[in-house]
Design a protein around this ligand. Structure first.
Ligand code: HEC
Length: 216
């Protein structure tokens, strides 16, 4: 029960209260200290310690918090095999990231983007943002991040081999990555990858113009 010292202290503060009053007051205070959180938790809009439920996070989804029998569900995991609505599957996804895979993909794909001033300008923008750091602004494999003790320089894009690649091969390399070159599928939308391939052709023809190119 309540120690007599505590009662004595309260009696000093409120000398006109009867001992029963002190006890009742104290009991009331203690009881409400315990009951208040329960009362607040039962209001659904208020969550204490919500485990950061209201922010994006990578934690597995499932139920959390069981308040008075009601389990709340945070975002169920999607049904296995579900893909996002806007997602277009990549037809050559089963192929890997070797040059043989890229050449095989190139034989099966064709560049769906037209060659216009706009698509070439867009391709240039994509190339200069995403590729030039390694491949160099003109494709000679001398980008600013390459060099001794830096990123290994990629081969020039003006070799006979690279000039012989189909657009689809370039698309596949950008999509899946190759060797030390990482995949850019998360960063560059498919149309932009195709337009970058068009622009690569511009760089290649500028470096090795055909006699007809020079006539123009
Ligand atoms: C982080 C540096 C880096 C970036 C950025 C990069 N690449 Fe590469 N790329 C490489 C390296 C390194 C190789 C050589 C890979 C190998 O053979 O192992 C390569 C290879 C290639 C090849 C094949 C060249 C050949 O002769 O076989 C193509 C085509 C290519 N990249 C296109 C691109 C395009 C287009 C972009 C931009 C969307 C890009 N790369 C961005 C590093 C990069």
């Amino acid at each position: 029960m309540i120690p007599p010292q505590v009662i004595a202290i309260i009696q000093n503060c409120y000398p006109r209260w009867s001992p029963t009053m002190y006890k009742a007051t104290l009991l009331g205070m203690v009881a409400s200290a315990f009951l208040m959180p329960l009362l607040l938790l039962s209001i659904p809009m208020i969550e204490f310690f919500n485990g950061m439920a209201a922010q994006p996070k990578g934690k597995a989804q499932g139920t959390y918090g069981r308040v008075f029998g009601e389990a709340r569900i945070v975002e169920r995991p999607p049904v296995p095999g579900t893909i996002p609505r806007e997602y277009a599957a990549y037809a050559m996804d089963h192929l890997g990231n070797t040059i043989e895979d890229a050449v095989a993909a190139g034989a099966a794909l064709h560049n769906p983007m037209p060659i216009t001033r706009e698509t070439l300008m867009r391709g240039q923008r994509v190339y200069e943002i995403f590729c030039a750091a390694c491949h160099g602004k003109e494709g000679y494999g001398d980008g600013p991040v390459t060099g001794p003790n830096r990123f290994p320089a990629p081969p020039s894009l003006h070799t006979d081999q690279a000039r012989g690649y189909a657009d689809g091969t370039i698309f596949h390399i950008v999509t899946k990555g190759m060797g030390k070159m990482p995949s850019y599928r998360e960063l560059i939308p498919p149309e932009d990858r195709w337009m970058a391939a068009h622009y690569l052709r511009v760089l290649q023809r500028a470096a090795n113009p055909t006699p007809e190119d020079l006539q123009r």
